[in-house]
Design a protein around this ligand. Sequence first.
Ligand code: GRF
Length: 199
Amino acid sequence: MKKIAVLVSGGGTNLQAILDAEKSGIIKSAKVVTVISDSEGAFALTRAENAGVEAVCIPKKSADFETRLIGLLDEKNVDLIVLAGFLSILSSEFTRHFEGKIINIHPSLIPSFCGKGFYGLRVHQAALARGVKLTGATVHYVNEIPDGGRIIAQKAVKVLPGDTPEALQQRVMKEAEHVILPQAIEDICSVDTAESEGR
Ligand code: GRF
C-alpha cells in the first residue's frame, strides 16, 4: 500500500475526489496519510479532518516553509506527493529532492494555457479568450519548470456557447480533474506496488 501526501491551498475538491476514490475502490493501491496546506483556513483541511486524515498547515509566508515541508514529507516517507489545487511554486531543490515522486493536476490540456501565471480561473479565462472549442485537464509529473514535467493523463472537455470562466472551471473540475487525478494515482501506485511485491 503506497503512502500519499496531498498538498493543497484552497477548497480541496480534488482532494475530496481522491478521498472518495479511496472509499469507492478506484484507488486501492494507495492511502492518503497526510494533507498539507500552505494556507490557513483552507477548506481542504476540513475535508481531510472529516475523513480522519492528518491535516497540517505550513503557512507559505513562514520563512522556513520549504524546509518544514521537506522535513514532514521525509518523516512520513511518502511514496507520492500530489499537488491538488496547490498554488505555491516549489523550488528546483524541492523538485530534485523528490524527483519523480510529485504529480500535479492542471486545469487545461498542456501545453495550452499553462506555465507561470496560469492557475485557477485565469486558465479558463485564457481558454475562452482564445476561443478554443476543447479544453480539459492534465495530470503531469512536476519538475523545475512550472507545468513542464512529463504528461501522465489528459481528458478533454467541450467549451459550450455562453460559457463563463466559472461555469467552464466547474465543468473541467467535475468532468476531467476529479476523474483523471484519482485514476492516475491508482495507475502509478498499482504499478509500483506490483513491482515492489515482485508481481
Ligand atoms: C482548480 O481549478 C484546480 O484545477 C487547480 O486548483 C483549483 C482548485 O482546486 N489545480 P481544489 O478545488 O482546491 O482541488
